[in-house]
Design a protein around this ligand. Structure first.
Ligand code: ATP
Length: 192
C-alpha cells in the first residue's frame, strides 16, 4: 500500500505540489491522476463526472510530462517540438526558433538531441508547455537537471498558466522559490 484515504481536488488557478521520499509513491499517484494507472480503490472525477466516463475530454485537456523527458534523442529539438505540436493538435502556430531561443537553446535547434546535455534535453521536453493550450499540467519532477535560472523561468511560466485559469500538479524534491498563492502541498509518507 503506497497511500490510502487521499481526498483532494485541484481547481483552476491552483498548484498541487506532491512531495515525499524516493519510493513514497509520487509518480504512482501522478500516473493515477493522469488516468494512466488505476487505483486499487477509489474514484477520480473530472469536474463532477467520473474520469472513466469522460476520458477523451480529460485527455484533451491534459499535458502530462513524466519524469523521463520523452525527448526522441535521434530527432533535433525542432523536430521534437514539431512532433508534439502535431501529435497534440495544438491550434496555435509556433515559431520554434523563437521558442527554443527563449528557452536558452539558440544555436542548438538543429542537432540531434542526443548531443544535448541533460538540462538542455529537459528544456526541450518542457518546451511544449510554452505552446500547449491544455489546462491541466501533470508534471513529474519537472525541475530535474535544470539550472537555477531555468527553474525560475519555469516557475514564472507556471504562474502565468495559473493566472490564465490553468491548474498544475507536480512532484518535486525542491522547494518552490516563487510565491504561489493557491498552493496545495501534499507530503506522501514512505511506508516501507
Ligand atoms: N510498475 C511498477 N510495478 C511495481 N511496483 C512499482 C512500479 N512502479 C513503482 N513501483 C513501486 O512503487 C513504489 C513507489 O514508486 P514511485 O515511482 O511512485 O515513487 P516516487 O515517490 O515517485 O519515487 P522517486 O522520488 O524515487 O521518483 C516503489 O517502491 C516502487 O518500487
Amino acid at each position: 500500500m503506497l497511500f490510502e484515504q487521499l481526498d483532494l481536488s485541484v481547481a483552476a488557478g491552483q498548484l498541487l505540489q506532491i512531495a515525499g521520499k524516493n519510493g513514497a509513491g509520487k509518480s504512482s499517484l501522478l500516473r493515477i491522476l493522469a488516468g494512466l494507472a488505476q487505483p486499487e480503490q477509489g474514484q477520480l472525477y473530472f469536474g463532477t463526472t467520473p474520469l472513466r466516463q469522460v476520458m477523451p475530454e480529460f485527455a484533451a485537456n491534459l499535458c502530462y510530462i513524466g519524469h523521463q523527458s520523452g525527448v526522441h534523442e535521434q530527432l533535433t529539438a525542432r523536430e521534437n517540438i514539431r512532433f508534439w505540436h502535431a501529435a497534440t493538435a495544438e491550434p496555435q502556430a509556433i515559431d520554434d526558433y523563437a521558442l527554443l531561443g527563449q528557452l536558452g537553446l539558440a544555436g542548438l535547434e538543429d542537432i540531434p538531441c542526443r548531443m544535448l546535455s541533460a538540462g538542455q534535453q529537459r528544456r526541450v521536453s518542457l518546451a511544449r508547455l510554452w505552446f500547449t493550450r491544455r489546462q491541466l499540467w501533470i508534471l513529474d519532477e519537472p525541475f530535474t537537471a535544470l539550472d537555477q535560472a531555468a527553474i525560475t523561468m519555469l516557475q514564472q511560466h507556471f504562474l502565468l498558466h495559473l493566472q490564465q485559469g490553468g491548474a498544475i500538479v507536480l512532484t518535486t524534491h525542491q522547494r518552490l522559490t516563487l510565491v504561489f498563492e493557491q498552493l496545495i502541498s501534499l507530503e506522501l509518507a514512505y511506508r516501507w
